[in-house]
Design a protein around this ligand. Structure first.
Ligand SMILES: [Zn+2]
Length: 466
């Protein structure tokens, strides 16, 4: 029985989807103005584990994961570079999906972009204006918090003392709002050069929060099962999503909310100014493997803070290598026919423990312990030559079940396809163009380890299997 902590109720409940056997879930995706950092990826990898585990439990999952491809930073950076918004975001969107795939995440069913859903946002804003939940001021449209008495039910932030009509404003919005807490749904652009969309209430652009209300309800319905995202989004972003959606529909927006805690680097908050800010690409350039990065980011349960250290990453590198070697060893072991009852029970116990851990608020640390215990026990049996043919199947089957959720064993060498080889060769070419010879050599070694031989010719790089 799957139970987890729901931020909305502040308690642990048994998961009961709205429709039997189906889960409709939404996770806030990246703002594509830059490369995503490892804190972002911690949340996204949790989203991947969440969807995979729900599938493991037999649910039919519809997972919507948005890209925010319009906001003030994107508009400013695009203007500075003298390109359109689409031109500015295209390379970051491409890079994001490359990183996403490299980290072994399954692509969500729907990956909508904000700029492709402006009419849906306009429709919600129109509804909010009509039912008194929104108003116009200086051409822009604001959400009227006083019209939604439940405001604050997710974040439980107490606003007493902060509510103000005049002097001590809590933000610096230049337009007049009825209440300092009111937030923009639509920013007036008018006839300026700035990017904008035509709406009945004036040419403008959407606020950030309205994007997620529009994209989630479009693909999942007005009420859906599960909404997740980083802890930093709980307020105001998620609180505002609830206010907008429930204000427009009068119905519950999302039944369960899950928030991923922050990631720190050596116990310090990650920030560019402190020089401890890492994108996935930074770690790749330092030679760390995507599998190890994935392992480290999922090894701590999502509601606990994760302290990222390079020693931890190095250890994760050895762990995933040990896991891969173990699987290989079991696959290639010379086994006599028959079955050893000890192994049957070890494999079963490991699967039961794995599932019990995941059912307990997605305790990934305990689930990993179940995998490591099995590896230890089977290694002992193999050393005693007690692994028989039927046992081998049971162990490999258990591994593939764990890995359908965690994705930490990586591909088997036989799954290492031409495509992957071409991708690595392209990455090596890129490394050489940017004179990163360390990375280029590393890729050559990585390929050599898989029996792929590279030959540099005047027509480019040729490869063959040894
Ligand atoms: Zn969102």
């Amino acid at each position: 029985m799957l139970r987890f902590f729901n931020t909305l109720t502040r308690s642990v409940h048994e998961f009961q989807p709205l429709e039997e056997g189906k889960v409709r879930m939404y996770i806030c995706g990246p703002t594509v103005w830059n490369f995503a950092h490892i804190g972002n990826f911690r949340t996204f990898i949790f989203g991947d584990i969440l969807r995979r585990y729900l599938k493991y439990k037999g649910y039919d999952v519809t997972h919507v994961f948005n890209l925010t491809d319009i906001d003030d930073r994107i508009i400013n950076e695009a203007a500075k570079a003298g390109v359109t918004i689409d031109e500015f975001t295209a390379p970051f969107i491409k890079a994001f999906w490359e990183d996403f795939d490299a980290l072994g995440m399954e692509r969500p069913e729907v990956t909508p972009r904000a700029t492709h859903h402006v009419p849906e946002m306009i429709a919600i804003i129109q509804k909010l204006i009509e039912n008194g939940h929104a108003y116009e001021s200086d051409g822009s449209i604001y959400y009227r918090i006083t019209a939604f008495p439940e405001y604050g039910k997710l974040s439980r932030i107490k606003f007493d003392g902060n509510i103000t009509g005049g002097s001590d404003r809590i933000d610096t919005d230049k337009y007049d709002k009825e209440d300092a807490r009111d937030f923009a749904l639509w920013k007036l652009v008018g006839e300026t050069e700035e990017p904008g969309w035509d709406a009945e209430f004036g040419r403008g652009r959407p606020g950030w929060h309205i994007e997620c209300s529009a994209m989630s309800m479009k693909y999942l319905g007005e009420t859906f099962d599960l909404h997740a995202g980083g802890q930093d989004l709980q307020f105001p972003h998620h609180e505002n999503e609830i206010a907008q959606s429930e204000g427009a529909t009068g119905k519950l927006f999302a039944k369960y909310w899950i928030h991923s805690e922050f990631l720190k680097i050596d116990d310090v908050t990650m920030s560019k100014s402190k020089g401890n800010f890492f994108t996935f690409r930074d770690l790749r350039e330092q030679g760390y493997s995507p599998l190890a990065i994935r392992y480290l980011l999922l090894s701590v349960p999502t509601r606990k803070q994760l302290n990222f250290t390079f020693e931890g990453l190095q250890a994760a590198e050895s762990t995933v290598e040990r896991l891969r070697n173990f699987r290989q060893l079991v696959s290639e072991a010379k086994c006599d026919a028959g079955a050893n009852p000890f192994i049957d029970s070890s494999a079963n116990k490991a699967l039961v423990e794995f599932e019990a851990a995941m059912d307990d608020d997605f305790n990934t640390a305990a689930a990993l312990a179940a995998i490591h215990n099995l590896v230890r026990e089977i290694n002992t049996h193999m050393a005693d030559e007690m692994l028989l043919e039927r046992d081998r199947e049971l162990v490999l089957d258990a591994i593939s079940r764990f890995d359908s959720v965690f994705g930490i064993f990586g591909k088997e060498d036989s799954e290492f396809l031409d495509n992957d080889i071409e991708t690595l060769i392209e990455e090596r070419n890129e490394a050489r163009r940017s004179r990163n010879f360390a990375r280029s050599d590393e890729i050559r070694d990585e390929l050599a380890a898989k029996g792929i031989i590279l030959k540099d010719t005047k027509d480019g790089v040729r490869w063959k299997r040894a």
